[in-house]
Design a protein. Structure first.
Length: 492
């Protein structure tokens, strides 16, 4: 039955489709293949989540070699949840990409662009679904290398510098991760993460285990752009093509956070990661500084992509604050914010993509009067911005509310103050854009009004999702809670 092969198809389909984009000479054909493959991946992830809801954890082995000797995929609520986020965002943003990419990238290069897109999708899905630590590293490199290509294809020459900076920092992070995995393999003699977790119990007090954990934490901290390892992210998001900014902002750092959670809670265990090691204190400090400093820097940005990039660094701060609480409620808040932040940041970057398509600029000073010339586009930005602030009836409010409740449960009132302060700072930089768009003076007339429907529809899909999941939390909060219990229980 094909349903039994869904875990393999989740990765194999985009991997096999990627090189086909290079041999398709028509840009439309390459885009159509990318969209169809993303849609198939989304259907597969939904089917996998349905199977888990019905029958529990799915174990899939390759070549008939049972774990820990063979490569195995282990799918539970946690990674099925992340698979759904990645495939949904890829599908929605790929609709937007057709017109956006055509305006930013020359026709003869679009086949390469969509090849890199599908390879990046392959890597992100592989990272999420695999139960083998070395395969995780391989998929991490596939997604990273393709991300460098996608960013470098921006039409601003600074995109090359941004991609090179990301390449250097990403390589350092990948090296740390590989060293960490190597140390764990030396200590346990296995790469299967379930088997590794069982064997680490007896040797957790060793220096090798502590060193391996430290290397993995630093490497993954760099991949998620955790303060102060975040310097590669603002330029990468600011100068990448608009569709790439939306895709990576909503998926790449989320997958890296998932990997960090998987190693911390499932492989090493909470008692080691947030007890024996002083990581909880470090995360609450770094998370708080990230929220406050990155939000403050965002206020002074005139390039709106850079503004949203610094906002993403602040949102990563919220994610690690939830982890630092070391409670099921805190972990639920983190996982819920993974989902909600993907929706809000995807909507905001797609709105900026529509603005860039029409104006050729995303600088704040060029947006005067845009609220009246592009009302539908600015409507998306306003909804995404309100969700980013955490206004009630938006998805952003739900995850921040869960985070506040988790902090109150631990008695960590300073964390509550940080969350409130971060939201107030978000009001300032979001309001600057809204004020300019609706109250600012129009500099020059722009022919036409709105971006094409093929760009507006996916942007509004994400905007509506921000409102829907702000009022109906059964799916997002329910699955996040179950995923948190899986991770907290230590079952990878």
């Amino acid at each position: 039955m094909i349903s039994a092969q869904l875990p393999a198809l989740q990765v194999v389909v985009p991997l096999l489709a990627a090189p086909l984009c290079l041999v398709l000479h028509r840009p439309f054909a390459a885009w159509l293949l990318t969209f169809v493959v993303s849609g198939i991946s989304l259907l597969v992830s939904v089917a996998l989540l349905g199977q888990i809801l019905e029958q529990g954890v799915i174990d899939y082995t390759f070549g008939g070699w049972a774990a820990p000797f063979g490569i195995a995929y282990h799918i539970d609520f946690a990674n099925a949840y992340v698979l759904l986020i990645v495939t949904a965002i890829s599908t929605v943003v790929s609709i937007f990409a057709r017109r956006s990419v055509a305006s930013e990238i020359e026709a003869h290069s679009q086949g390469l662009f969509y090849t890199a897109w599908l390879l990046c999708l392959t890597g992100l899905l592989g990272i999420t679904i695999t139960g083998d630590a070395f395969n995780l590293f391989v998929f991490l490199e596939i997604s990273s290398l393709s991300s460098y290509v996608l960013i470098a294809m921006g039409n601003d020459r600074k995109a090359l510098t941004a991609a090179y900076q990301y390449l250097i920092m990403g390589t350092i992070g990948a090296t740390f991760i590989l060293i960490g995995i190597g140390l764990l393999y030396m200590l346990t003699g296995t790469l299967n993460m379930l088997d590794m977790a069982q064997r680490l119990i007896a040797v957790a007090d060793s220096r090798t285990a502590r060193t391996g954990f430290a290397f993995l934490t630093v490497g993954l901290g760099l991949k998620i752009a955790l303060f102060p390892l975040h310097l590669w992210l603002p330029n990468a998001y600011a100068y990448a093509p608009s569709a790439v900014s939306a895709f990576l902002a909503a998926t790449a750092t989320k997958v890296a956070v998932y990997v960090l959670l998987r190693f911390m809670f499932s492989v090493f265990g909470i008692d080691f990661a947030l007890g024996a090691m002083p990581l909880s204190t470090m995360l609450v400090v770094l998370g708080s500084v990230a929220v406050l400093s990155a939000s403050t820097v965002a206020i002074f940005q005139h390039n709106l992509k850079r503004m949203l990039a610094y906002s993403s660094i602040a949102q990563i701060g919220y994610l690690v604050l939830g982890v630092s609480l070391a409670t099921p409620a805190g972990l639920t808040a983190t996982l819920l914010h993974l989902f909600n932040h993907a929706l809000m940041k995807g909507a905001l970057f797609l709105a900026l993509g529509c603005i860039a398509w029409r104006l050729g600029s995303v600088r704040l000073g060029d947006l005067g009067g845009l609220g009246y010339r592009m009302p539908w586009t600015m409507g998306v930005f306003v909804i995404g911005g309100l969700s980013l602030i955490g206004l009630p009836l938006t998805a952003g409010f739900i995850s921040k509310w869960y985070l506040v409740l988790a902090a109150v449960e631990r008695g960590w009132w300073p964390v509550v103050l940080v969350i409130i302060a971060g939201s107030l700072l978000a009001v300032i930089y979001v309001w600057r854009v809204i004020e300019t768009a609706y109250l600012g003076k129009t500099k020059e007339a722009v022919s036409g009004t709105e971006a094409p429907l093929s760009m507006l529809v996916p942007a509004w899909l994400l905007a509506i999702a921000n409102l829907y999941f702000g009022m109906h939390t059964e799916l997002s909060a329910g699955i996040a809670s179950q995923a948190a219990m899986v991770l907290f229980g230590g079952q990878p």
